[in-house]
Design a protein around this ligand. Structure first.
Ligand code: IPM
Ligand code: MG
Length: 370
């Protein structure tokens, strides 16, 4: 009998609701055609939650997120909330969810689909066949370190402070995720930091090296400084298999890697916590792109990053590899057939709207499942 997965949907702001709408359609299709069904609850996050509930994420929503089998989030933020105090900004909602759910491992695969080789700003031979995985630490580092704040000095000038801080367990748990993933891929991990400048980077390097020697000697292992890594990602991205890095470097390097795949509109992500006693892993899935307020509400957004995030959910939260494959293959099909939203459009392709991209994917799923 079909099992019922409890999902929490947090569409958020900007293009979030539009791209999540296409996942709803795939879920409806799966309810009818596949051996899995979903109960979807929807709540507010980001600016939408500020407007309706007075905070970028409410306590009740955090509770529901913890209780769900998995969370899917669209995007947060927009110019409408520019004047909101820093502590109440839309982004704080997302950061609180990551922290409260202890989602320390953020998986950001950058995969260049054959049909999109020409959409990348990099040369075809540099990106064709690209398949890398950035594992970003997500609940530590400068994003959350104390002390932090802005203070006014006696002379009336101001001082802004953030703290980059990591501990052995924080480094080890995310590095383990990277090594375990590498074993199922090309068996290579590159650890990225600034150990030439930062003590926290030196600690990072030493702890990952120790862990590698103690638990993963069979995995090919290397180090790279973060600035060099940014350069290598646009020079020769295929040299990498799994990259493991801290919160801030991971944020930047994953945006850089995105361009190798054609568009930020193509990149999914999974944020995972530690398994509890029953083996359950808290998880939140979201596209790497933001809320794109400039095109929100116009049906122009690319829903593929969100649909691919849903596929990651099927794979990592529910062990439904076949269903995940089906969606990923379906995405390949629609791209091969030339369907393109504006962000990946090129000569000879058919410009489609958000929902037309969804139509094309549903048709591809239908023909593959037939
Ligand atoms: C990301 C985003 C977020 C981050 C923002 C929206 C807080 O850029 O997920 O990459 O910096 O982590
Ligand atoms: Mg980012």
């Amino acid at each position: 009998m079909a099992s019922n997965k409890k999902l929490l949907f947090l569409p958020g702001d900007g293009i979030g609701p539009e791209v999540m709408g296409e996942v709803r359609r795939v879920i409806d299709w799966m309810d009818k055609r596949r051996a899995v069904t979903f109960d979807v609850e929807e709540r507010l996050v980001g600016g939408a939650a500020i407007d309706a509930e007075g905070a970028p994420v409410s306590d009740a929503t955090v509770d529901r997120a913890m209780a769900a089998d998995a969370v899917l989030l669209g995007a947060v933020g927009g110019p409408k909330w520019d004047e909101v105090p820093f502590e109440l900004k839309p982004e704080r909602g997302l950061l609180r969810l990551r922290k409260d759910m202890e989602l320390f491992a953020n998986l950001r695969p950058a995969l260049c689909f054959d049909a999109l080789v020409e959409a990348s700003s990099l040369k075809a031979e540099v990106v064709s066949g690209l398949d890398i995985m950035i594992v970003r630490e997500l609940t530590g580092g400068v994003y959350f370190g104390e002390p932090r704040g802005i203070e006014t000095l006696p002379d009336g000038t101001r001082r802004g402070v953030n703290t980059q801080v990591y501990t052995t367990p924080e480094i080890q748990r995310v590095a383990r995720v990277a090594f375990d993933l590498a074993k199922k891929r090309q068996n290579r991990v590159c650890s990225v930091e600034k150990s030439n400048v930062m003590e926290s980077g030196l600690l990072w390097r030493e702890e990952v090296t120790k862990l590698h020697a103690a638990e993963y000697p069979e995995v090919e292992f290397s180090h790279m400084l973060a600035d060099n890594c940014a350069m290598q990602l646009v020079r020769a991205p295929k040299q990498f298999d799994v990259i493991v890095t801290d919160n801030l470097f991971g944020d930047m390097l994953s945006d850089a890697a995105a361009m190798a795949t054609g568009s930020l509109g193509m990149l999914p992500s999974a944020s995972l916590g530690a398994a509890d006693a029953s083996g359950r892993i808290p998880a939140l899935y979201e596209p790497v792109h933001g809320s794109a307020p400039d095109i929100a509400g116009q049906g122009k957004a690319n829903p593929l990053a969100t649909l691919l995030s849903f596929a990651m959910m099927l794979r990592y939260s529910f062990d439904l590899a076949e269903d995940a494959d089906l969606i990923e293959k379906g995405v390949e099909d629609v791209l091969a057939a030339g369907h393109r939203t504006g962000d990946i459009a090129g000569p000879g392709s058919t410009l489609v709207s958000t929902s037309q991209m969804g139509d094309a994917l549903l048709a591809a799923l239908e023909s593959r499942a037939a």
